[in-house]
Design a protein around this ligand. Structure first.
Ligand code: FAD
Length: 292
């Protein structure tokens, strides 16, 4: 099933993100995670892809295939392009098609200063155009978006104009970078709609439940930390259980506000932690029901 067909008036799509286990962890760890996550009935589960673009690594497709064929949940396979050649992308597209995967989140990937980009794709929009030209409507294509602007963008206006190019190239669904202040998301959606972007935009929510995660997230994506969030994190930073519960409560609070504003969808960055995903899902499931 293509993800674009999941969106309809009055329904809020609810989805999860997982990542393939590190090479040092046993692959079975992801099976345990999926075993627990699938019982929460998300509309789809996305699986990240390494920015290194190693076409020999089939872990994203393998996990997406398990999600589809074992758990009967629609997968969304991430695919980056900055360190990939057309041949690398072709290998991945063939592998996804062979596994009946219908949904791809087409991404540029972060530029690694130690790994010179390959020349075939400069932006996610180039990857989207390439997949469209090569495979027509075989795949539903999603793209990433940035409520506070992408770090490489000179301005919010440039960023939204670049996003419009991505949608014009064929992205028919967007998932946002994480944010901790919903007002950034609402302003972004307004900018996107003014720019003529009409596709559904899912809000990416990351429950922050430990200290290391906060530092990593801020460095990686530059999300602003509102005073309410910082205060909570400072108060509980030395009490792991309290910090976890406060992080879960904060994410639920964000989601309730987003739902009451009629958001198209919520994409939960689960960090492969089913316990946290369960607590959040159970708290909001009645709000997700159509007509509620
Ligand atoms: P692009 O859309 O190419 O944008 C990158 C920059 O170029 C932006 O500043 C944009 O404004 C500008 N730009 C875009 N198109 C044009 C154009 N046509 N002309 C001029 N300028 C343009 N990374 C991974 O490595 N693996 C993952 O699995 C992964 N999953 C992600 C999932 C989500 C939901 C999000 C939000 C991010 C994810 N990332 C992942 C991170 C992502 O790869 C980085 O944020 C990366 O730096 C940008 O990727 P992009 O696809 O948004 O790039």
């Amino acid at each position: 099933m293509k993800i674009s067909s999941m969106f309809s008036p009055g329904k809020t799509v609810f989805s999860f993100e997982v990542f393939p286990p590190k090479k040092t962890s046993p692959v079975e760890t992801i099976y345990e995670t999926l075993d627990a996550l699938h019982t929460l009935n998300p509309d789809f589960i996305s699986v990240t892809y390494g920015a290194g673009g190693n076409a020999a690594d089939s872990s994203t497709c393998d996990i997406a295939s398990i999600i589809k064929h074992k758990y009967h949940i629609e997968p969304l396979a991430h695919l980056t392009c900055i360190n990939s050649s057309r041949e690398d992308v072709d290998i991945n597209l063939q592998r996804l098609a062979d596994n009946d995967i219908e949904n791809i989140l087409a991404l540029r990937g972060d530029i690694n200063p130690d790994l010179p980009p390959k020349q075939d794709f400069a932006h996610a929009s180039d990857l989207i155009s390439y997949i469209k030209a090569k495979t027509g409507d075989r795949f539903h294509l999603s793209g990433a978006c940035y409520p506070e602007g992408h770090q490489d963008s000179p301005s919010l206006v440039d960023d939204v104009l670049a996003l419009r190019k991505k949608v014009d190239a064929g992205a028919n669904h967007l998932i946002s970078q994480l944010f901790f202040d919903n007002s950034y998301f609402y302003s972004f959606v307004e900018r996107a709609r003014i720019a003529g972007i009409t596709v559904p935009i899912e809000a990416g929510i990351m429950p922050v439940t430990n200290r290391k995660q906060i530092e990593k997230m801020v460095v990686m994506c530059g999300a602003s930390l509102p005073p309410k969030f910082t205060k909570i994190m400072q108060k509980y930073e030395h009490r792991p259980e309290a910090l976890r519960d406060a992080g879960i409560a904060y994410a639920i609070d964000q989601i309730v506000d987003l739902l009451s504003h009629g958001v198209d969808g919520i994409h939960l960055y689960t960090m492969n932690n089913p316990y946290i995903a369960r607590r959040i899902t159970e708290s909001i499931s009645s709000l997700l029901q159509t007509g509620a």
